[in-house]
Design a protein around this ligand. Sequence first.
Ligand code: NI
Length: 159
Amino acid sequence: MAVQTVLQEGDPRLRWRAAAVPDTAFGSAELTRLIGDLRDTMAAFDGAGLAAPQIGVGLRVLIYGITANPRYPEAPPIPETVLINPQITPVGHDTQLGWEGCLSVPGQRAEVERWQRVTVQWRDLQGEPQQREVTGFEARVVQHECDHLDGVLFPDHLD
Ligand code: NI
């Protein structure tokens, strides 16, 4: 595992739609290594989350989690979670406005409107389907990271 370079806004690879992880890749050494790279890179730069396209890998894989994070001092702790091929479904119609930053958009923070509560369905490393309902800041992080899989950066949401 290794800390990778985080691509910066302007790099076309941040704008591509990432491909689904194929069934044959679950449990593989390559997928395990990718997740390790995401974990190490997120930790090295104090990210709350990191998606594979941000390190130049066009696959629908992301990691997020918060312990004590100097970039998000007010954020509640969130256990480390790896999402593969995630799908988000809003629960209800409530939205929330909150501050976001991004390791790929350095020096910029803005208030972004997100769903307050979403259901996330994904595959784990072994390919088993998982589901969780998340709310508040965790719901925000999940929506931000899933955007990266579709080539969307948070400033795209601003007027
Ligand atoms: Ni980001």
